[in-house]
Design a protein around this ligand. Structure first.
Ligand SMILES: [Zn+2]
Length: 121
């Protein structure tokens, strides 16, 4: 089955014809330079977009954790983009994920001690 004509397929066929030519095409070095530069530009833009998306995702998750981590809403401070909790003293904007998890682990163990059955004397 023949693919429908498109600008991309026409360009691909033209490039194939150029590269498979037995004699080096006089423009080949320039075309290769342009393609290499284009590839670098695409890669840089892709990496920049991925970085921006990753940062946006992390910020969203930090905001969700800050608002829903279980401390009273009155203890949350959020002026000027801050995400702090005066109850558990986590800075959700700056603390590392591991530091936040460590505080949650300490809180979890304390909560378990509260609900664990007391030993009988
Ligand atoms: Zn808290």
């Amino acid at each position: 089955m023949t693919e429908p004509w498109s600008l991309e397929s026409a360009a691909h066929e033209r490039a194939e014809a150029l590269w498979s030519s037995p004699l080096p095409h006089p423009w080949r070095p320039y075309i290769e330079d342009i393609l290499v530069e284009f590839g670098r530009e695409v890669q840089a833009r892709t990496e920049e977009r991925v970085r921006a998306e990753t940062l946006a995702d992390e910020t969203t998750w930090r905001q969700l954790m800050w608002v829903r981590h279980g401390c009273p809403i009155a203890d949350l401070y959020g002026d000027d983009g801050e995400m702090q909790c005066s109850c558990c003293h986590i800075d959700f904007k700056r603390d590392s994920v591991q530091a936040i998890l460590d505080v949650f682990a300490v809180q979890g163990r304390a909560a378990l001690r509260e609900i664990a059955p007391k030993e009988q004397p």
